[in-house]
Design a protein around this ligand. Structure first.
Ligand code: ZN
Length: 238
């Protein structure tokens, strides 16, 4: 193979390898992100539960106060009962007492309901807190493993970059300009193999005449269909 082409094939392989690191790193970070999000959701669920429990307790306090007021009122009615004279006054007082007792009963029911609800919510809170502890442990583990993988990827990337730079300096400048020009649109497929007489960039068949020219010539050739730099991939055809 032409030496320039040989260098281009290698350079392109380095370039492909370098671009592949970014999605690999992003993929690792995405793994961690899933766990962080779950922990976030648990945290906000816990916060919401605290608010509900607080709200319940406040409602219970209000009912307690209301019950005290009602007790005072009932005592008042009892006192009034000792001094009322007419039947009309007695009936009015009875009605007042009935209403107050109904309110007492309602407040008591409400307290029972609120207490039950608080117990249930506190149980729910306990479970969520346990889940959060587990999740945070998983986050820690995944953080460590992701951190390790990313570190390894960074080392590998630096290594490839170093090799690329070394090679880059050796490649003929004109050949390099040609490569960069194609790479601008073809990205990672600027230099592609020809297998089974087809370009591996555009997958189009190359005519016999051009193919013959391609395998017999030592010049750098481009695909007649897409313009990518092509090379004969001996390893795959063997
Ligand atoms: Zn092509």
């Amino acid at each position: 193979m032409n030496k320039d082409l040989e260098q281009l094939v290698q350079l392109s392989k380095y370039d492909v390898a370098i671009t592949e690191f970014e999605p690999k790193i992003a993929n690792e970070n995405a793994k961690l992100e899933v766990f962080l999000k779950t922990a976030d959701t648990l945290n906000s669920q816990i916060e919401d539960l605290y608010k509900v429990i607080d709200d319940n307790k406040n409602k219970r306090i209000k009912n307690d106060i209301h019950l005290k007021e009602l007790a005072g009122k009932l005592a008042e009615i009892l006192e009034k009962g000792k001094v009322v004279k007419t039947e009309r006054e007695v009936k009015a007082l009875q009605l007042e007492e009935e209403i107050a007792k109904e309110q007492v009963s309602f407040a008591n029911d409400e307290i029972v309901r609120l207490d039950d609800l608080t117990v249930a919510k506190e149980e729910e809170l306990k479970e969520l807190k346990e889940k959060l502890v587990e999740e945070e442990e998983s986050v820690k583990e995944i953080q460590e493993s992701v951190g390790k993988v990313i570190e390894e990827l960074e080392v590998a990337r630096a290594d490839v970059s170093k090799h690329r730079t070394q090679l880059f300096e050796k490649v003929d400048k004109k050949v390099l300009t040609f490569y960069e020009k194609i790479r601008r649109w073809a990205k990672e497929t600027a230099v592609v193999p020809v297998r089974k007489q087809a370009c591996y960039g555009c997958h189009m068949k190359i005519t016999d005449r051009i193919y013959y020219e391609f395998i017999t010539s030592d010049d750098i050739k481009t695909c007649p269909h897409c313009g990518r730099i092509i090379y004969k991939d001996d390893s795959a055809e063997a």
